[in-house]
Design a protein around this ligand. Structure first.
Ligand code: SF4
Length: 379
């Protein structure tokens, strides 16, 4: 990892601003060791969410943080191995699923085959939001098909929050399977009432407010023939800032909807994510400080309801203590740095609720993910 002059070309660990740069610098800081040895030396000291794939001239490496917050899977081709972020990626290249890379595991694949090392004791805390939104529906996590978890969440949502309506429509694509579950459970017909523009990205990870707002208008278009005169149940995966839903409800009413009842397949998002997802700072999260009724009024919906956290957890078939739910309940499974380093307006209250210590120890690299880096500059 050094350049031709023998100098390390990478930023030092203290100056690096991206996870990739930080980790590369850590491994490159041992030019006398092999990449495998350097990784085994450094990875035990890295905190935060990481699912890594890297390579040198001789080997392919995969590593996952001790909490296994993000998925990482191992697959097999007839003449080789594949490491991927989701099982869906294995399907695409025709690889068969072998197993997940375990939390706290480093795997090395070279001409001698596959070796596995444990660099830390596993303490699984998989991201709950993967099941709601992040993962592809055709992926499996911990042996459970994401699509069927989403249908089950929708069923539970319908049991908890029934409403008299004519149609259940999804906010495509991520609300689709929960909407199917809601329709199955409630007996209200399922219909497609919104068309998604396939050429725009996911709006909540766009970097600025103006681009996000433009994205919302570009993203969805209502089908008037379907929704005119109807009482709608609109199923979406989450509400972060509320911009998407507010614009959407206005569009649906303009297109003739008589009533718009919003059902959300996750609990209110109240806390930032420091494990790789660019959720807003607390100040920007609509559920932070407003009641559900107040959010409903702010969005202009006839009614609003979220799935209960315990119902969501049960839908995954995993024990609650094996899941990260921090953006919903503020309990962060991996130590955060001192609140001052994160910006007190971003984190006010978190130091009270975090279950683990927050000391930033010398020699420990903390990966905050894109969300946290951005949060530092927000009010
Ligand atoms: S804070 Fe939320 S989005 Fe981030 S890892 Fe935890 S559950 Fe997932």
């Amino acid at each position: 990892m050094s350049d031709e002059s023998g100098e390390l070309p990478l930023t030092s660990r203290r100056e690096a601003t991206s996870d990739t740069e930080t980790l590369s610098a850590l491994i490159a800081s041992h030019p006398d060791l092999s990449v495998e040895q350097a990784a085994m030396l450094e990875l035990p000291h890295v905190r935060g969410a990481f699912s890594l794939v890297f390579m040198d001239d001789d080997a392919l490496y995969g590593a996952r943080d001790p909490q296994g917050i993000r998925p990482l899977v191992l697959g097999r081709l007839e003449r080789g191995w594949v490491i991927a972020s989701e099982t869906a990626a294995l399907d695409i290249v025709g690889a068969s699923f072998v197993r997940e890379v375990e939390p706290g595991e480093l795997i090395v694949i070279d001409e001698n085959g596959l070796r596995s090392h444990r660099f830390a004791e596993p303490d699984p805390k998989g991201c709950l939001f993967e099941y709601v939104y992040l993962a592809r529906p055709d992926t499996s996590i911990a042996g459970r098909a994401v699509q069927s978890v989403r249908v089950e969440i929708g069923r539970r949502l319908a049991r908890e929050h029934a409403v008299d309506a004519d149609l259940v429509i999804p906010v495509p694509e991520s609300g689709r399977y929960a909407a199917i579950g809601y329709a199955q459970q409630s007996g209200i017909p399922f219909a497609e009432g919104l068309v998604k523009n396939a050429y725009v990205g996911r709006t909540f990870i766009q970097p600025s407010q103006s681009i996000r707002q433009l994205g919302i208008r570009l993203k969805l278009n209502p089908l008037r023939d379907v929704i005119d005169g109807q009482r709608l149940v609109v199923v979406d995966d989450s509400i972060v800032r509320g911009n998407t839903q507010r614009a959407l409800i206005r569009m649906l009413r303009e297109a003739g909807a008589r009533e718009v009842h919003v059902r959300i397949s996750s609990p209110p998002v109240k806390w930032p994510c420091f494990y790789g997802i660019d959720f807003a700072s607390r100040a920007e999260l609509i559920a932070n400080g407003l009641t559900v009724d107040e959010i409903c009024t702010s969005l202009g919906a006839d009614s609003l309801a979220y799935v209960d956290l315990d119902e969501l957890v049960e839908a995954t078939n995993l024990p609650k203590d094996r899941l990260c739910r921090a953006c919903f309940d503020g309990i962060y499974p991996v130590a955060l740095p001192e609140p001052e380093l994160l910006g007190k307006h971003v984190l006010e209250g978190i130091e009270r609720r975090a279950q683990v210590g927050t000391e930033d120890v010398e020699g420990v690299a903390t990966l905050l993910g894109g969300g946290a880096a951005d949060a530092l500059e927000r009010p």
